[in-house]
Design a protein around this ligand. Structure first.
Ligand SMILES: C[S@@+](CC[C@H](N)C(=O)[O-])C[C@H]1O[C@@H](n2cnc3c(N)ncnc32)[C@H](O)[C@@H]1O
Length: 367
């Protein structure tokens, strides 16, 4: 019984890795694990039925599927007595559909389904699926259209501590593909404002929100006010933003994932953070009833000072030190909470995601 449940869990991980378009080596590793060390006919069938087949769902990318099938066939030929015929047939079909379609070019997008496992159900069930169009080309001007590990970590943090974000106005800097926005909406943030300083990233982000059934709110739209599933996607460049641009936002919480990487941008980022974290006399809560409704065990205190949560990978210590110094000069308190408020691991099937590389910072303005 326990062995069957364990096998089901491994097969679920294999399917989720496939839908998230994990690197082929990672998918292969999970396929091997699910088969107890080799890609057995049972696992081969599962791949055909649940990952690549017509019933599998998701947006199938023929190049990706072809690569996976090719690797699975090679592995099965090596490690298993039987390679099922349908695997060869399916591979042949994907090969021909791939040559009929224009092949994946450097600017083409791929669709990833990021499935977060349920924190309350022993990781056996999926609680949230975010569908995201991402760039396949990480480095050439497409940083904002790629999915970075910090946003996976920040998303796990949001889903692990939903009370921090529930009924709060949340404002993200450098939102990229918008994964954090999907999670904030899921945990019932009262307002979700996503921003980015890159126009094509913003367009992709808006399309992603719509793909996740979230309405992209026009700033002054009365029509959408009643709709719970809505987000604002705004152009915001750290260099150009002035205090008056931010005045209407009055966030309770500021978020950012992988935004500390360019020393040239650091002073501008610190300036924007300081403006957003300033307590404002007329911000947010107006009466006692509202106060009671919004206060919870994670409240930042009776005075409700805004708090920023920034997830970051420290690739270059000098850049990080530069951020730390500029923050101290701006009277920002930066506390590393990676271990003290560690999120649950909700993406165990994502072997390519190195959680240990991400640090989580809690930032407030000294009063
Ligand atoms: C490394 S990506 C991270 C994207 C997303 N947060 C994630 O973790 O997947 C950095 C993001 O910050 C945005 N960005 C970089 N410099 C910026 C600036 N000066 N003003 C506004 N946005 C900026 C980029 O366009 C990009 O979307």
């Amino acid at each position: 019984m326990a062995a069957a449940a364990a096998e089901q869990e491994l097969l679920l991980h294999l399917k989720l890795a496939f839908l998230a378009q994990e690197p082929p080596a990672c998918v292969l590793c999970l396929a091997r694990k699910a088969g107890g060390g080799s890609v057995t006919p049972h696992v081969q069938n599962f791949i055909l039925e649940s990952c690549t087949g017509n019933n599998a769902g998701g947006d199938q990318n023929s190049t990706y599927v072809t690569i996976i099938l090719k690797r699975i066939i090679a592995e099965a030929e090596l490690s298993s007595d039987i390679v099922i015929d349908r695997l060869y047939e399916e591979f042949g079909q994907f090969m021909s559909s791939k040559s009929n379609n224009s092949s994946l070019n450097r600017t083409e997008k791929i669709y990833k389904e990021i499935s977060f496992l349920s924190p309350t159900n022993d990781n056996k069930r999926v609680s949230l699926v975010a569908r995201l169009s991402c760039s396949i080309n990480m480095l050439e001007g497409d940083t904002g259209c790629s999915l970075w590990p910090s946003s996976l970590f920040l998303s796990e943090f949001i889903l692990s501590y939903p009370k921090i974000f529930s009924k709060r106005c949340c404002f993200e800097l450098g939102s990229g593909v918008g994964l954090v926005g999907v999670c904030l909406n899921y945990v019932s943030a009262s307002k979700v404002i996503l921003t980015d300083g890159d126009a094509s990233t913003l367009e992709n982000m808006k399309a992603n929100m719509e793909m996740n059934n979230l309405c992209v709110e026009q700033e002054d739209s009365e029509l959408l006010k009643e709709n719970k599933n809505k987000v604002q996607c705004k152009y915001l460049s750290w260099e150009e933003t002035s205090e008056s641009d931010l005045w209407d936002s009055r966030p309770d919480l500021v978020l950012g994932a992988d935004i500390i990487y360019d020393p040239v941008c650091v002073p501008h980022l610190i300036r924007v953070l300081s403006m957003l974290l300033k307590r404002r006399n007329n911000r947010g809560i107006n009466n006692v009833a509202d106060k009671e409704e919004t206060s919870n065990e994670f409240s930042s205190g009776a005075t409700e000072i805004p708090v920023a949560y920034i997830a970051t990978v420290i690739r270059n210590v000098e850049t990080f030190n530069c951020f730390d110094k500029a923050a101290a000069d701006a009277k920002l308190s930066v506390v590393n909470i990676t271990n003290s408020e560690a999120p649950l691991s909700l993406l165990p099937y994502m072997l390519s995601y190195d959680r240990s590389s991400v640090q989580l910072l809690k930032i407030t303005l000294f009063s």
